[in-house]
Design a protein around this ligand. Structure first.
Ligand code: ATP
Ligand code: MG
Length: 394
């Protein structure tokens, strides 16, 4: 029955020139999201509103599911279009609409009519009154409440007449592409995909880097990260995933540094490499899935040490989240089931029994300095052999 969707988006803080940029980016993202859907759609902007109109038959649930993943959308209103065949015909259509959508439900409602053309035979208030009466007559369970109704039936008189009342929540945030680009350190864990989702939700495009340590980490572990990037791509658009072979660096650190400092030093090299790629690819910051105190390498002292090697800002959207909250989000965005697949990541292979929880930056730097030129060569070799995988939703 629905032939189009009215897209509501947040306007706070998007005024003037920025507003056009915001709207155009949102239209782009909507078009991209609908590409994979069956059917053809026109996405248009009309006096401060965005409409998605189906030109052909389409799968309502599929389209809705896609639209609900587009950042920048506050709400989605499915719209019925009817021909203007006079007021009596409109009354019948409204009763039909209310029956289809609400059946015998007990609800309060009001009618809100607007005329985009003034040649309609009765004015907006008269439409409200007339349709209100008709609904009350047809549905004994409905009551009028003009101040706080459960249902607002919108009736817009245009070339055709548009009816809508459902307001389906969108993903909120800002359209991807309005906020620059960040380099996400993406592991196969639960946290970093969620961090990527959260940064993308603020309109930021996501590139990613994964540190792979074959043969200690399997091909399957890499595939899992690619799968996670593809899930993030459902929201964030295609993710350029840089895969760094980290084995030699990791072994070299393992052989030359105290084992309790291994994770911190390894993490510092991850950050350095990620920053180098970030600068080469025009990223304006790094993003990680770190959260204070979650593990030894994420205490404030540890974060101080890992952060110290970066000059780009490091965004950590989960910094104050409990694991439970992160898991809830991971389930919501559908990364959880993939994240918990049991493939080792490089941090778990070389992990020390008793890692430092209060690393001392001075001491860490001293130990790192022993790694010498050989380490610089290994870092360069890792950068020279990086692989690029474009992870797009399937
Ligand atoms: P996650 O669930 O994201 O793996 P975690 O709780 O396992 O997080 P750590 O393993 O300590 O935490 O990693 C902290 C952060 O460092 C991760 O959120 C991620 O951003 C980054 N990271 C860790 N390992 C890798 C890796 N192999 N490749 C890329 N980034 C990594
Ligand atoms: Mg991890």
């Amino acid at each position: 029955m629905f032939t189009s969707f009215l897209i509501k988006y947040g306007e706070i803080g998007v005024k003037g020139k920025n507003r056009y940029r915001f709207e155009d980016a949102l239209i782009q993202q909507i078009k991209y999201a609908l590409k994979k859907c069956e059917g053809a759609f026109i996405v248009s902007k009309n006096s401060g509103r965005i409409y998605v109109e189906a030109e052909t038959a389409f799968d309502y649930d599929e389209v809705l599911e896609r639209l609900q993943k587009v950042f920048g959308i506050v709400a989605i209103c499915p719209v019925v279009h009817i021909e203007d065949n006079g007021v009596e015909d409109l009354c019948q259509s409204v009763v039909h609409y209310m029956r289809q959508v609400y059946g015998d439900e007990e609800k309060t409602f009001k009618v809100h009519a607007r005329r985009a053309r003034k040649n309609y035979p009765i004015n907006s208030q008269e439409i409200d009154a007339r349709l209100g009466e008709v609904i009350l007559d047809a549905f004994p369970n409905m009551k009028v409440d003009v101040h706080n109704p459960q249902i607002t039936l919108n009736v817009e008189i245009r070339e055709k007449i548009y009816l809508y009342s459902q307001v389906i929540p969108g993903a909120m945030g800002m359209p991807v592409g309005t906020g620059g680009k960040a380099m996400l350190l993406l592991s196969g864990g639960i946290d970093s995909p969620v961090a990527g989702y959260m940064i993308a939700r603020r309109g930021v495009k996501i590139d990613a880097v994964y540190f792979h340590a074959p043969p200690y980490t399997s091909e399957r572990a890499l595939e899992k990260v690619v799968d996670l990037a593809k899930i993030v791509a459902r929201y964030a658009g295609p993710v350029y995933l840089h895969v760094i072979n980290f084995t030699d660096i990791q072994l070299y650190i393992y052989e030359n540094c105290p084992h309790e400092e291994l994770t911190i030093i390894m993490r510092r090299y991850m950050m350095r490499i990620a920053e180098t790629i970030a600068r080469e690819t025009d990223c304006l910051g790094l993003a990680t899935g770190e959260s204070i105190g979650q593990v030894a390498s994420q205490t404030m002292s540890s974060l101080l040490c890992t952060n110290e090697v970066c000059t780009l800002p490091v965004y950590r959207p989960l910094i104050a989240y409990d694991k439970e909250d992160i898991v809830t989000l991971a389930k919501k965005i559908d990364t959880y089931e993939t994240s918990i697949l049991p493939y080792e990541d490089c941090c778990t292979i070389f992990v020390a029994k008793h890692p430092v929880t209060k690393p001392n930056l001075g001491i860490i730097k001293k130990h790192e300095s022993h790694l010498g030129e050989k380490m610089e060569e290994l870092v360069q070799a890792a950068l020279d052999t990086k692989q690029l995988i474009i992870a797009a939703e399937e």
